[in-house]
Design a binder for this molecule. Structure first.
Ligand code: C2E
Ligand code: CA
Ligand code: CA
Length: 428
């Protein structure tokens, strides 16, 4: 059985060096937060009582805040999240309110739906310790804004990226919750832009889907991964690996044959490949999707339903389609120990999956508490920053070659220079 998980990533943020923006029209609260932060050595703390003024402070200039602490009940507080998303702000957000836990939870869900990095929420009055605990979730410093001008995200640029071999597979470990041992890896695409550095798939996959390049992109990532995995058998055995497949691809009924041929060419047993099916297309054309999924299953490939619980995944799909694995979205995993509703959802999904005979994978396991919840609920597999960040595939595989019995907390260090911790990603 796995012992205490050792943190593979250094989650402790440097509270003193971050820049803070505190938004609240209650002066006693802003004063108190400022004094707590000053006591911790933070000198860059700006307090503002108006959302519009606050928005004007959130620019791409160098003095932008790393962390925003915002009262949910301030006028226009709720619309603020939308504006932050428009500004592509990926710093940390702490929500505060004197209303209720329930309102805070809903505010937090809304902020997450806007892809904001919510560090936590606090009901007033809160203690100094509670605030510091929440701030410790900040994984900065990193790129606070996408360094990518929107003009870069064009179909032409993406086509060039594919043709000029700028897409690279990163790998993130998945471990057994029972033993802590590596049970596979997820392949996550990155665009290694010659000028702008690593670009997040959250930015370019939607472009690829919209302009019809997703087939070419998927083929490119699949081929590169097959070659890498085939060349690096661990202790003579292929590492099980999962590749994301946009549901849009399921209308391509010839896809299973091409995948099977390429697997055969590289000598990989199809049972080592899992395809994680993402997004809405799944329910748009159920019949052709089902045909492709069944063909893939007959070729021996495993299928996983990704992001379960958000977006468009439904019970109907679970019932009708030949999935063998269910990935629980991180919105229900990260912080589940501190949130009764999140915990309940997580628990119900694990129970449902078990009844249906599906393997459960929890995404977004960021802390020891998240890991403990996975164990309590009997979730099978865990993936997340606690275990390891996505890493350049070659680096990950090389580390595995020297330590074939990879285990949580022992190897490989996600602090390595090729992990995302030291190379900021351009985020959505
Ligand atoms: P996903 O399939 O849900 O992948 C998991 C995402 O969560 C990844 O983001 C990963 O870096 C991130 N993640 C992993 N652990 C943690 C954690 O503990 N905390 C947090 N906050 N995040 C964590 P990434 O790499 O930016 O990918 C975003 C999405 O882009 C993926 O979400 C997937 O839907 C899509 N994607 C990535 N590569 C491909 C690809 O080759 N093809 C397709 N069609 N989609 C891809
Ligand atoms: Ca996935
Ligand atoms: Ca997911």
């Amino acid at each position: 059985m796995a012992k205490e998980l050792i943190m593979a990533t250094d989650c402790s943020s440097d509270i003193a060096t971050c820049r803070y923006l505190v938004i609240d029209d209650d002066i006693s609260t802003t004063k108190r937060i400022k004094s707590i932060l000053n006591d911790m050595g933070a000198s860059a703390v700006e307090c503002i009582d108006d959302i519009d003024v606050a928005l004007s402070r959130i620019t791409k200039e160098t003095d932008h805040p790393d962390i925003i602490i915002c009262d949910l009940s301030i006028p226009n507080g709720v619309a603020f999240f939308r504006h932050l998303e428009d500004k592509q702000f990926v710093g940390g957000i702490v929500l505060i309110s004197d209303e209720s836990e329930r309102l805070l939870r809903m505010g937090s869900n809304l902020a997450k739906a806007h892809h904001l990095n919510v560090l936590g929420s606090l009901l007033k009055p809160f203690t100094e310790g509670a605030l510091l605990n929440v701030l410790a979730h900040f994984n900065g410093p990193k790129a606070i804004f996408s360094s990518l001008p929107p003009s870069i995200l064009t179909p032409e640029a993406l086509r060039t990226a594919i043709e000029e071999d700028q897409l690279v597979p990163f790998l993130q470990p998945k471990v057994s919750v029972q033993t802590g041992r590596l049970v596979g890896v997820e392949v996550l695409a990155r665009w290694q832009h010659p000028e702008h550095g690593l670009v997040s798939p959250g930015l370019f996959i939607p472009v690829a889907e919209e302009c019809g390049l997703i087939g070419q992109l998927t083929q490119d990532i699949l081929s590169k991964t097959f070659r890498l995995i085939a060349a690096h058998p661990r202790a003579g055995r292929t590492i099980p690996f999962a590749v994301n497949l946009s549901a849009l691809m399921l209308s391509d009924v010839d896809l299973p044959r091409r995948i099977k041929d390429e697997l055969a060419m590289t000598g990989i047993d199809p049972a080592n490949l899992t395809l994680e099916i993402t997004e809405s297309g799944l329910c748009e054309n159920m019949t052709s999707s089902l045909e492709t999924l069944l063909r893939l299953t007959f070729k021996g490939v495993r299928l996983s339903i990704d992001d379960f619980g958000v977006g468009y995944s439904t019970f109907e799909q679970l019932r009708m389609m030949p999935f063998s694995e269910l990935k629980i979205d991180r919105i229900f995993v990260t912080g589940a120990a501190q949130d009764a509703e999140e915990y309940m959802f997580f628990q119900s999904v694990v129970l449902l999956a078990k009844k249906l005979g599906l393997t459960t994978v929890a995404e977004g396991v960021e802390t020891q508490e998240d890991w403990n919840v996975c164990r309590q609920l009997g979730c099978d597999v865990a993936q997340g920053y606690l275990i390891g960040r996505p890493m350049l595939a070659e680096t990950f595989l090389n580390t595995l070659s020297s330590a074939p019995h990879w285990q949580v907390g022992k190897n490989p260090r996600s602090r390595q220079r090729t992990s995302e911790r030291s190379r900021p990603l351009a985020h959505p």
